[in-house]
Design a protein around this ligand. Structure first.
Ligand SMILES: Cc1cc2nc3c(=O)[nH]c(=O)nc-3n(C[C@H](O)[C@H](O)[C@H](O)COP(=O)(O)OP(=O)(O)OC[C@H]3O[C@@H](n4cnc5c(N)ncnc54)[C@H](O)[C@@H]3O)c2cc1C
Length: 315
């Protein structure tokens, strides 16, 4: 399914962005290959901003033509509609991939892979990030969603961020202002994180390595890492675990088209080959309804839905 081309704003924005950004601007680029679930239709406009000038131009254009904007990291926490995204999808490029270490602080561009920062911390004998080993994606997104595991999260190590606000101002926010909570933070709507400062602690390099190895082994043992997924689909309800509820409801292996509840980890929904966004959406709806019916628990999504879903039957 193609994104509607009859939108005047999109056409004018495309013309401007293609003129100024050349090969950094794409039209109708499939998002399936930019998400770890491997589903999703095209982005009307897909931009890689290599530096602040590209970023400013893109944001100004989005503002001028009042277009929807999606900041894309590695797409490992997203379910994208088969109809795609009818606006601008923006990725951070080269200038947002710097990393520097000073004492116990790491300053990094928002486009750096979280895994790179975890390894950097380990090499410098810095503790506090070993929980994040194996979480895919960029550091910018990890802060935006407050990614976490093994009882910790990014909020625990974030000191401050630099971001572009919706009104195109460069601003900073401290950890306190971001008010981190379970898989969430108070990032102002439309904010794009461009730089991050993490505060870690001195630690024995061997201890950090050992903790990372233990966490990685646990992950490999319990998660279907050989199949496309977006990690945990639902947040854990208070005092409970989404995976346990889904398992106890007998839903492991339950499938809709090519989307299936993993046999290995019931809160991971995997793409068995030819899944569509609609398959995943329907599977999510069915599991949510069954858990409500069986346990009277409302599951809340951890993954983020992108695009329009009104085309899915039973929506
Ligand atoms: C196998 C697997 C295991 C996983 N394990 C975990 C886990 O243990 N813990 C966990 O928390 N998550 C886990 N996840 C989910 C996912 O990896 C994390 O949520 C990750 O932080 C998302 O990063 P991303 O770059 O892929 O973000 P994306 O999916 O691309 O984006 C996620 C959100 O962040 C926003 N965003 C991206 N970049 C920026 C930016 N620069 N500024 C502002 N907003 C931005 C996007 O607009 C979107 O709303 C797992 C996923 C997989 C596939």
């Amino acid at each position: 399914m193609a994104v509607a081309l009859n939108n005047r704003g999109i056409i004018m924005a495309r013309n401007r962005l293609e003129r100024f950004l050349g090969e950094k601007a794409w039209t109708d680029r499939s998002l399936a290959k930019y998400t770890t679930m491997r589903v999703g239709g095209p982005a009307a406009i897909f931009i890689t901003a290599e530096d602040l000038t590209d970023l400013r131009l893109t944001l100004q254009t989005v503002k001028d033509y009042e277009l929807p904007l999606l900041i894309l990291g590695r797409g490992s926490n997203l379910l994208v509609s088969d109809t795609g995204f009818p606006g601008v999808v923006l990725r951070l490029g080269h200038e947002f991939k710097h990393v520097s270490v000073e004492g116990t602080e790491i300053t990094t561009g928002a486009g750096v892979a979280l895994g790179t920062i975890v390894q950097t911390a380990s090499r410098h004998g810095l503790g506090g990030l070993a929980f994040a080993v194996g979480i895919p994606g960029t550091i910018g997104a990890a802060i935006a969603v407050n990614a976490g595991a093994h009882g910790s999260d990014l909020g625990a190590v974030t000191q401050k961020i630099v971001y572009y606000s919706r009104d195109l101002e460069l601003r900073t926010a401290t950890s306190a202002a971001l008010g981190f909570s379970y898989r969430n933070c108070n990032l102002p709507p439309g904010a794009i994180i461009i730089e991050v400062r993490l505060g870690l602690e001195e630690a024995e390099a061997d201890m950090v390595k050992h903790e990372m190895e233990t966490n990685w082994k646990r992950r490999k043992r319990s998660q279907p890492l050989d199949m496309p997924s977006a990690g945990s689909v639902f947040k854990n309800p208070p005092d409970n675990q989404a995976a346990k509820l889904i398992d106890e409801a007998g839903l492991k292996g339950h499938a809709v088209g090519g989307a299936m509840v993993s046999q290995k980890h019931a809160n991971f929904f995997v793409n068995t080959g030819e899944a569509t966004g609609a398959d995943f959406y329907t599977l999510i709806s069915e599991v949510t309804a069954r858990i409500k019916e069986t346990f009277d628990v409302e599951l809340e999504l951890e993954i983020r839905l992108v695009g329009d879903w009104s085309y899915v039957q039973g929506h």
